[in-house]
Ligand binder design. Structure first.
Ligand code: ATP
Length: 289
C-alpha cells in the first residue's frame, strides 16, 4: 500500500484563550495541500520504519509513525506487524503538520491493512491522544478546526488555490511559540475567520488574501526574524499575501494563478532550498494507484 500524507496550511489562526489545563483554545481554518510525505506499508511480522530524508526526524521509537502504529495495535488488541518506508518531503517544525500527517496516514493505512474495521469515532479518539492535528489530517480538505483540534467542520472550497511555501530558517517548536505568545505584552489581533470562509467558498484569492492572518506571527517572528523577511519577499515576487502557517517557521504565499506561483517559486528556490510549489487539495491522505 502506498500513501501520500499531505501537509496542511492555516489560512487563519485565532487564539481565543488559555484553558486551566494550559492548552490554548483555538479557532483555525486549515486546508490540505498536495505537498506530502510518501509512505509504503507492507505486512510483516515485526513493526519497523525505514526513513529517507528528514535529517532532524527521529527514526526510532520517537517517530510519530511508530507511536501511532503501536497505539493502534494495542487499541485493537492484535499482534500484527508492518514494514513502513517513509520518504520525508514536508519540512520539519514548519507548522505544516508533517508528523501529524504521517501518523494519520499510518492509522488509516494499518486500519485497512490489518483488517481492523475501526470506525471514525474510535480512530479519531486514538488520533487525538497522539496529537491535536492528527484528526484533521485523517480527513483533510478545508475545515474549520476549533477547541484544541477536536471540533472539525467541513467547509466548501470554490477553487484550488496556488501556493508557494517557504521555510526560510530552522524549525520552531510549537510549545515554545505558545510560551512566547503568552509572554507578549499586547494580545495580537485575531484574523477575520468569517471573511476568510466566504472567500474560500467563492474561490476568490484576492478576498482570501485580505482576510487571512495568524495570531501567532508576533510570537514567532522575534524568535525567527527570517519569517517576516520571507513573507515580504514572497509578496515582492507576486504573492497576493504571505503569512506564517501554524506556529511557523514556514510561510505560505498565496497567488492569483498557477503561472504567478510558478514564477515566484523559481525566484524563491534560488534563495531558500526549502521552497515548494503546491496547491490545495481535498484530502488529508491519498492512496497512490
Ligand atoms: P504542528 O504544526 O502539528 O505543530 P510542525 O509541522 O510544526 O507540526 P512537525 O514537522 O510535525 O512539526 O515536527 C514536530 C516534531 O516532531 C519534530 O521535532 C520531530 O522531531 C518530531 N517528529 C516525530 N515524528 C515525526 C515525523 N514523522 N515527521 C516529522 N516530525 C516528527
Amino acid at each position: 500500500m502506498r500513501l501520500i500524507a499531505h501537509a496542511k496550511v492555516n489560512w487563519a489562526l485565532s487564539v481565543l484563550g488559555r484553558r486551566d489545563d494550559g492548552y490554548h483554545e483555538l479557532d483555525m481554518l486549515m486546508q490540505s495541500v498536495e505537498l506530502g510525505d510518501s509512505l509504503e506499508i507492507r505486512l510483516d511480522e515485526e513493526l519497523t520504519l525505514t526513513l529517507h530524508g528528514g535529517p532532524r526526524v527521529p527514526s526510532g521509537d520517537g517517530n510519530l509513525v511508530l507511536r501511532a502504529a503501536r497505539r493502534l495495535r494495542e487499541a485493537a488488541g492484535v499482534a500484527q506487524g508492518a514494514r513502513i518506508t517513509m520518504k520525508k518531503r514536508i519540512p520539519v517544525g514548519a507548522g505544516l503538520g508533517g508528523g501529524s500527517a504521517d501518523a494519520a496516514a499510518v492509522l488509516l493505512g494499518l486500519n485497512a491493512l490489518w483488517n481492523l474495521h475501526m470506525g471514525w469515532q474510535d480512530l479519531r479518539a486514538l488520533a487525538r491522544s497522539l496529537g491535536s492535528d492528527i484528526p484533521f489530517c485523517m480527513v483533510g480538505g478545508l475545515r474549520r478546526v476549533r477547541g484544541t483540534g477536536e471540533q472539525l467542520e467541513a467547509l466548501p472550497c470554490g477553487a484550488p488555490f496556488h501556493l508557494v511555501i517557504v521555510q526560510p530558517c530552522a524549525g520552531l517548536s510549537t510549545p515554545k511559540v505558545f510560551a512566547a505568545y503568552d509572554a507578549l505584552a499586547v494580545r495580537p489581533r485575531n484574523p477575520d475567520i468569517e471573511a476568510a470562509v466566504a472567500a474560500l467558498a467563492q474561490g476568490d484569492p484576492a478576498a482570501l488574501a485580505r482576510a487571512m492572518g495568524n495570531a501567532l506571527t508576533p510570537a514567532s517572528v522575534p524568535i525567527r526574524p527570517q519569517i517576516a523577511m520571507a513573507a515580504q519577499t514572497l509578496e515582492h515576487f507576486g504573492a497576493l499575501r504571505a503569512e506564517m502557517t501554524g506556529s511557523g517557521s514556514a510561510v505560505v504565499g498565496l497567488f492569483a494563478n498557477a503561472q504567478d506561483a510558478d514564477f515566484a517559486w523559481r525566484q524563491c528556490i534560488a534563495l531558500w532550498p526549502k521552497s515548494y510549489l503546491t496547491r490545495t487539495t481535498d484530502r488529508g491522505v491519498s492512496l497512490c494507484p
